[in-house]
Design a binder for this molecule. Structure first.
Ligand code: MG
Length: 355
């Protein structure tokens, strides 16, 4: 089945409330949808949201990279699937979100031609998942209110954004912990906002008061692997690497150095489904569990991540796929169902999305 057309469309969905981390503030989700059409008229859908402060991509670079790769893919047969994936990754370096968007569309098409839901094609069977929800960085009072709202909506795991002033962060975490009590598990994400010393101070202070979150995510600069290792030795809370791991080599280096307890896999960081599966397998070899996360991106690519989570359910034990829940509405029909904390995979072929 030959690929005859690759198009892109822009998607913009307002968020329920502004999203604030140590790195950025965003008011609406904006991303690029890729549509690949075959000779027979079958279409595959992909998607990706540029996150300049994490992957270095913008809407403009994503568009340009997809246009650049199009002539290398158009006219070729879907049957040479592995070679198509290889083309995406070898014809241009970096640009992981653009690559992921193209890959997702190809995987969607392949699963449709095999008449299987994508997760089935990838060997998965689990259909139901629960995601955490992000509590944006803000004033303590607002964060406590957001946390209580989330618990009232049925979320039992909260991902608290920290990474500003360490003393303020301790105050934020303690206040949220006190407010939600045993009703929710807390995950912390500092988005590289602390120094190693600050992280050790904050976490030891919390731990001494009996507050041991499920994990602390990317407390310090992505490239500071030695710092991560020093932190891991000094705190009880499991350390999750996010921005430090894009590639398989990043993960291998980190795991060899025992600089993290857990790895956060995101399609937009690793370049799509093929590398996400490989990252999970690599972590599995080290006996390390993974989280699957997302950027502020839409239901096609977040949905694709859910299919990956199903395929590697034994290794991907933590789900951080709340981007659709943060949107005012879901602009798509079909696909993965996002009902607050509950995520349900569809039985339809491919991603099951109607665009
Ligand atoms: Mg993170």
């Amino acid at each position: 089945m030959k690929i005859v057309k690759i198009e892109t469309k822009r998607l913009r969905v307002p968020l329920k409330r502004p999203f604030q981390t140590a790195l950025r503030r965003v008011e609406s989700l904006e991303d690029i949808v890729v549509i690949i059409t075959t000779q027979s008229g079958l279409q595959g859908y992909g998607e990706g949201a540029p996150t300049p402060v994490i992957t270095g991509e913008t809407m403009g670079t994503m568009q340009a990279v997809i246009e650049y790769l199009t002539p290398f893919l158009a006219g070729r047969d879907l049957e040479e699937f592995d070679a198509l994936i290889e083309t995406i990754h070898t014809r241009i370096l970096k640009n992981t979100t653009a690559k992921s968007a193209l890959e997702i569309a190809l995987y969607d098409l392949k699963a449709k031609t095999l008449q299987l839901p994508l997760y089935r094609m990838l060997g998965g069977s689990q259909k139901n998942f629960r995601t955490d929800i992000t509590i944006s960085l803000g004033e303590t009072k607002e964060m406590v209110a957001d946390a209580l709202d989330a618990v009232a909506l049925g979320y039992d795991t909260l991902k608290i954004k920290v990474g500003s002033n360490p003393l303020k962060d301790i105050e934020r975490i303690e206040a949220i912990c006190e407010a939600v009590g045993k009703k929710a598990t807390l995950r912390l994400d500092a988005n590289q906002g602390w120094t190693p010393e600050e992280c050790i101070t904050v976490m030891q202070r919390l731990e001494s008061k009996g507050i041991v979150p499920e994990l602390i995510e990317q407390p310090i600069k992505a490239e500071d692997i030695e710092g991560l290792r020093a932190i891991k030795e000094r705190i009880q809370t499991p350390l999750l690497a996010d921005e430090s791991v894009f590639t398989l080599n990043d993960a291998r280096r980190l795991l060899d150095l025992e600089a993290a307890d857990l790895i956060n896999i995101k399609l937009a960081k690793c370049g799509g489904i093929s590398n996400a599966l490989k990252l999970a397998d690599l972590a599995g070899e080290y006996g390390v569990k993974c989280m699957i996360g997302c950027m502020l991106e839409g239901p096609i690519s977040v949905g694709a991540a859910v299919h990956v989570a199903s395929a590697k359910a034994d290794i991907i034990t933590m789900i951080d796929l709340d981007a659709v829940a943060l949107c005012q509405s879901n602009p798509l029909k079909g696909g993965v169902r996002f009902e607050e904390s509950n995520i349900i995979l569809p039985g339809s072929f491919g991603l099951g999305v109607e665009f």
